[in-house]
Design a protein around this ligand. Structure first.
Ligand SMILES: Nc1nc2c(c(=O)[nH]1)N[C@H]1C(S)=C(S)[C@@H](COP(=O)(O)OP(=O)(O)OC[C@H]3O[C@@H](n4cnc5c(N)ncnc54)[C@H](O)[C@@H]3O)O[C@H]1N2
Ligand code: MOO
Length: 416
């Protein structure tokens, strides 16, 4: 499969890989980080390190689903009246027993007294507080939430590898877990290289541009669950890049760089990683994202070197960095969801390289239609913010027609 491009006179050799081959090689660099215990209320976005079992039945006792009266359903007759023997609000901790021939007023979420088998909603009565006039009847079991009907004590309610969304945080609290074991968040350092880069907010001289890959990658890493510990910029100078990488030893679980991995005279990340001995240059048969490199810090921390073009670094993050981050995070599902969409317009590609094209999904007709945005150039940032999907054009496809089904990578954030 993978072969090696012949090195030109001055260029180091590159491994040639398909996108999937390189993605698999990158994913193999990481394993889930060790477990840590965190307050459940702060666990959103974290991946569980172990299965979680409920400590109790849910509901923990029979409870009322309606405001009304706890009754013996057999005692109800339209037009009849019954004594209201008790009044049970939510939070009432007494053990109440319903006398024969009487009802107890109950509120939603209140315990249903022993002896009652149903709740008569207040709307089916005159709302009386001493005696209540019955205007309708209910069947046994009506409006009673049975103990344990939702969750049983000891049930596994969440699984190792689940990434916790808001619903899971609620479930942890409801099942009695103040703390939970999750994997540590991956610490990510981002290093942008380029002597042309100037921070946003500072004036640009001719030949300079604002540094945008750093903030972009940091935001993408945070959205993937990482803890971004550094976003730094280095000029195109091999010793400076090596020093910047060395300074990250012990600080990060993953280093992501951009720029300087191609074939230019000042492609310094390439040279710095090779100089450190652990570097591998890769030519991925894809566009954008062709030039890639992988290396390691002195302590073995992986370094993923992405191309500098903003769209290339964005797409490379999606298909190479993000799955590895999700693996470090401990997530069971490391890949984005894929959907089938209809292509909005004809598309030409180049057989021999996989294309990942930015698109916006139009759901107006009920099924997704992929509208390409931003054009093919890897420098075209203008429309990037409007893309919520990447159309995946296989290596061997040169033409697709409007209406053709295509696989798209769904970039929208989902829990789990
Ligand atoms: N002769 C060849 N030239 C290029 C080839 C090739 O095969 N032969 N490949 C092209 C492809 S494809 C890509 S992708 C780029 C990747 O190059 P590098 O990774 O070495 O990136 P740079 O040259 O440093 O920068 C490329 C481009 O992106 C801008 N950039 C870089 N960093 C940032 C940043 N942090 N924020 C915003 N913009 C950034 C930079 O100014 C350049 O315009 O190489 C092609 N060339
Ligand atoms: O492969 Mo480069 O990433 O297009 O611009």
């Amino acid at each position: 499969m993978a072969d090696v491009l012949p090195a030109g006179p001055a260029l180091p050799a590159r491994v040639v890989r398909s996108l999937d081959e390189h993605a698999a090689a990158v994913l193999a660099l990481g394993r889930p980080l060790p477990a840590v215990t965190v307050p459940s209320a702060q666990a959103r976005g974290r991946a569980l390190a172990a299965d979680v079992r409920s400590t109790l039945d849910l509901p923990p006792w029979d409870s009322s689903a309606m405001d009304g009266y706890a009754v013996r359903s057999a005692e109800l007759h339209v037009g009849g009246a019954l004594e209201v023997a008790d009044d049970v609000a939510a939070g009432d901790t007494r053990d109440v027993r319903l006398p024969t021939g009487a009802v107890a007023r109950v509120m939603t979420g209140a315990p249903v007294p022993d002896g009652a088998d149903a709740v008569l909603p207040v709307e089916l009565t005159d709302g009386g507080t001493r005696r209540v006039h019955v205007q309708g009847v209910v069947a046994p079991g009506a409006h009673v939430r049975r103990r344990g009907e939702d969750v049983r004590a000891g049930d596994v309610v969440l699984h190792a590898g689940d990434v916790l969304g808001a619903g899971a945080v609620g479930l942890l609290a409801a099942t009695g877990h103040a703390h939970v074991a999750v994997h540590a968040r991956p610490r990510v350092a981002v290093l942008s290289t380029g002597s042309e880069l100037v921070p946003p907010g500072q004036p640009l001289a001719h030949g300079q541009i604002h540094e945008s890959n750093g903030p972009q990658l940091a935001a993408a890493a945070e959205a993937a669950g990482a803890d971004v510990v550094a976003v730094r910029v280095v000029r195109d100078d091999v010793p400076a890049v090596r020093a910047a990488l060395a300074a990250l030893v012990g600080e990060a679980d993953l280093v992501v760089t951009t720029g300087g991995v191609s074939v230019g005279a000042y492609d310094v990340v390439r040279d710095a990683l090779l100089a450190d001995g652990a570097g591998e240059l890769v030519h991925v048969r894809m566009q954008p994202g062709k030039p890639q490199a992988v290396g390691a810090l002195a302590d073995g921390t992986p370094v993923l070197a992405l191309p500098g073009n903003p769209v290339s670094s964005f797409v490379s993050f999606e298909v190479f960095v993000r799955p590895l981050l999700r693996r470090l995070l401990g997530a069971r599902h490391v890949h984005r969801r894929r959907l089938t969409a209809d292509l909005a317009a004809d598309l030409r590609s180049t057989a021999g390289r996989r294309r990942l094209l930015r698109a916006r999904l139009d759901w107006g007709s009920g099924r997704p239609v992929a509208v390409l945005v931003g054009g093919p150039g890897s420098h075209l940032l203008g429309a990037l913010a409007g893309a919520d999907a990447l159309v995946d054009v296989p290596e061997d496809v040169a033409h697709l027609a409007a209406g053709d089904p295509v696989t798209v990578i769904d970039l929208r954030e989902h829990d789990a």
